[in-house]
Write a protein of this length. Structure first.
Length: 453
């Protein structure tokens, strides 16, 4: 993998049938290889002008295969930054396969996962963070996810990192100069300048890291578990949030005996909504296992919705569960008071202070519940698109924060000690966009791409 001297070929459209497909050929010999794959036309010659030209495609034996368009790109206008030709026949899998075979027969190599994007990186068309965002854009499950990934493809993360990176470079350069030229006062930072610079850089890195958890949820989605004792209406709430009857609803306690999971889009975030068995003293082995799975689902969730019955007072086991949920951190929890349509006071007196009053039967309060879920997962107030959505980027930022904190604590020990931690912070930051990277890192990242991209 990653031999830039070869010419690659692959189908660049998704598997399956479609109106139009694409075979991409990229590399030093792209024009020569593509030259034998279509009937010549006086209106077209390589290197082309980046516009599509109608032609007849040929298979590896020179026989007519399909009509379509050929587009050739000069390196500075190509996605990969090298000579590139795209063949656009009909989206017939046999036709696309035959054209790919024909390109390989003429000297191209089959592309592996992410190799075209890797070349775009190495040819300076993308930085590493933007390359990873291409993968996220392809994998997006909602329009919001796609929009966030697109802003990153356009360089949003690199732009956010640039001021922090520049400040660290300046601190390192000034620190090295003051050590190298100790007798020249103009190279020194002003009194307290290093401490102030460190504080500012640390605050910037911490703000970016704070954005990372929300970004992870935007990129990967969230898991939300409905929890509570039997007969509080968890399955009815589950169905209401889904917008369809998925869980069986019955007045018989213990109807739900296993976890039930469905995905729903909430403010652009894919949410895996989990209905769980009612928590109670189990009567048989199946119910014991259902309760165990309910507790496990709650423990693994990003958010637990604890459902209470607004038509009655709290039971002792519910009060214990609430106390446990709100003592000492743990998974975020929203308390919902269901069945306000049956409450004697119309829901005015809730069984738990701060509970969200709803009726799964009538739909009352469901919009407020959806908004509360969004606030927990994505933050309150106006929603700004996160720029840190990648777990690798978050880990690098965490290392940056730790290095800057070490540097701050090392200030009394002298500039040489501080410089080592500043360099470490700069290296961690550089790993996000690829200024500091190695082939092993590239291999791990690009093998997660699809073939053809």
């Amino acid at each position: 993998m990653h031999d830039l001297s070869t010419t690659l070929a692959a189908v660049a459209t998704a598997p399956g049938r479609g109106g139009i497909g694409c075979v991409r050929i990229s590399g030093p010999d792209a024009y020569a290889i593509a030259n034998g794959l279509f009937q010549k036309s006086a209106a077209f010659s390589f290197p082309g002008d980046g516009r599509p030209h109608f032609c007849t495609f040929l298979d590896e034996d020179g026989r007519e295969l399909d009509h379509g368009y050929i587009v050739a790109f000069v390196p500075e206008r190509a996605y990969t930054g090298e000579p590139t030709v795209e063949l656009w026949p009909h989206g017939s899998p046999p036709v696309l396969e035959a054209l790919t075979r024909a390109a390989i027969a003429r000297g191209a190599k089959p592309s592996g996962p992410g190799e075209f994007t890797y070349r775009a990186l190495r040819r300076g068309r993308l930085d590493l963070a933007r390359a990873e965002a291409v993968r996220d854009l392809i994998a997006a499950r909602t329009v919001y996810q796609a929009r966030v990934a697109f802003t990153q493809v356009e360089g949003a993360l690199a732009r956010r990192l640039a001021p922090l990176r520049e400040s660290l470079i300046d601190l390192v350069a000034r620190g090295e100069a003051s050590i190298e030229f100790a007798d020249e006062a103009e190279t020194h930072l002003a009194a307290g300048g290093l401490a102030r610079g460190l504080e500012s850089a640390l605050a910037s890195a911490q703000a970016l890291l704070l954005d990372a958890n929300r970004g992870r949820i935007v990129r990967e989605g969230a898991r939300v578990a409905l929890s509570g004792v039997t007969s509080v209406g968890k399955s009815s709430v589950f169905n209401r949030l889904l917008g369809r009857d998925r869980a069986i609803v019955s007045p018989v306690p213990g109807t739900t005996r296993d976890t039930l999971e469905e995905t729903v889009e909430l403010s652009g975030i894919p949410v895996a909504l989990i209905d769980t068995a009612g928590v109670r003293a189990a009567g048989d082995e199946v119910e014991v296992e259902g309760v165990r799975r309910a507790r496990a689902a709650a423990g693994e969730a990003d958010l637990v919705i604890l459902v209470l019955d607004a038509s009655r007072s709290l039971r002792d086991d519910e009060r214990a569960a609430l106390t446990e949920r709100f003592s000492g951190g743990g998974t975020e929890t929203l308390v919902v008071a269901n069945k306000i349509d049956l409450a004697p006071s119309g829901g005015a007196e809730l069984p738990w202070p701060g509970a969200i009053p709803i009726s799964a039967l009538t739909g009352e309060g469901l919009d407020a519940l959806r908004e509360a879920i969004r606030e927990v997962l994505c933050g309150a107030g106006p929603r700004e698109d996160p720029v840190v959505t990648n777990v690798r980027h978050a880990a690098a930022l965490e290392e940056t924060v730790l290095a800057l904190d070490r540097a701050r604590q090392a200030l009394p020990l002298g500039e040489e000690v501080v410089l080592e931690d500043l360099r470490a912070a700069l290296a961690s930051l550089g790993g996000i966009t690829g200024e500091v990277a190695n082939d092993d890192l590239y291999d791990r990242i690009f093998t997660t791409f699809c073939i053809g991209k």
